[in-house]
Design a binder for this molecule. Structure first.
Ligand code: NDP
Ligand code: 8X3
Length: 255
């Protein structure tokens, strides 16, 4: 599949998996729409990518939880970026690691609003273009947590199970069109994910990845690239990616 000049919108490009997807896609000369809330990071990434890869980059600064912001940002795209061909629904987060009975309401709301409702809002707006063109590819970044649960993972795991259900449901609803739907579902990847989960507690976050080699966000970007590189007739429906030390959500061989 030709990738050069394809237009890809990546949510959550300011860090981790989204950022590495942006860099890898740019190396293939794709045209990028990069989104996130931290404008300074988006601006710096745009500058860096243009300098290194000399490809087109447009930034959109919005919060996926706010439907009016999502709609305004996507409808305001300049003509040359309007025909989005690939959407990477990557923006997402976890907050806290508490037993359900000790759960914090605000954490639940934030995870559900970002990982489920935010993904739906962006998808709805981008699908307007894709259905009009009868062409496109939506890649959701799910998780092993969308297939299994782990102690105290309750609401985060529920949001990723929801992403899995939405991926499968959307593929059914788009059956008969030329729009592909994929999910790439990693296990433990070292990004800012655990720093966000533990609200800036770097030493607690570091412990999550101690004693084994976690996935690198580049490994996930590579899997995403694979999924978007297939010929028109091939859909990578789902891909679970684990580091070798991880056998399941809860089983990690630490030395
Ligand atoms: P990071 O924390 O490094 O990146 C998360 C990205 O999501 C940031 O760019 C952040 O941008 C964006 N984001 C979060 N909330 C919002 C919001 N409300 N509106 C817009 N953007 C938002 O984590 P990862 O790269 O690890 O996470 C990316 C995805 O991968 C998530 O969906 C996560 O659930 C999933 N995942 C992660 C795994 C891991 O072990 N790290 C494993 C499996 C899946 P900003 O703050 O600038 O808005
Ligand atoms: C992130 C992977 O296992 O830390 O989705 O929840 S995990």
């Amino acid at each position: 599949m030709r990738l050069k000049n394809k237009i890809a919108l990546i949510t959550g490009a300011t860090s981790g998996i989204g950022k590495d997807c942006a860099e890898l896609f740019a190396s293939k000369k794709m045209r990028l729409i990069l989104t996130g809330r931290r404008l300074d990071r988006l601006t710096a990434l745009k500058k860096e990518i243009i300098k290194k890869h000399k490809t087109d980059v447009h930034i959109l600064n919005f919060d996926v939880r706010k439907y009016t912001e999502v709609k305004k940002a996507i409808t305001s795209l300049p003509n040359k970026y309007k025909n989005i061909e690939i959407l990477i629904n990557n923006a997402g987060l976890s907050r806290g690691l508490n037993k359900l009975q000790d759960g914090v309401l605000d954490d639940w709301e934030e995870m559900i609003d970002t990982n489920v409702k935010g993904l739906l809002y962006v998808t709805k707006e981008v699908l307007k273009v894709m259905t009009k063109n009868n062409s496109g590819h939506i890649v959701n970044i799910g998780s092993i947590a969308g297939h299994e649960v782990y102690p105290a993972g309750n609401v985060y795991c529920a949001t990723k199970h929801a992403v899995d259900a939405l991926t499968k449901g959307l593929r059914m609803d788009l059956n008969g069109t030329n729009i592909k739907v994929s999910t790439i579902d990693p296990g433990l990847v070292e990004t800012e994910f655990s720093i966000v989960r533990f609200r800036g507690d770097h030493s607690r976050a570091k412990k999550v990845y101690e004693g084994f080699t976690p996935l690198n966000p580049k490994d996930v970007a590579d899997a995403v690239l694979y999924s978007i590189s297939k010929s028109n007739n091939v859909v990578v429906a789902e891909m679970i990616l684990l580091p070798i030390a991880q056998a399941s959500s809860a089983i990690v061989n630490r030395v």
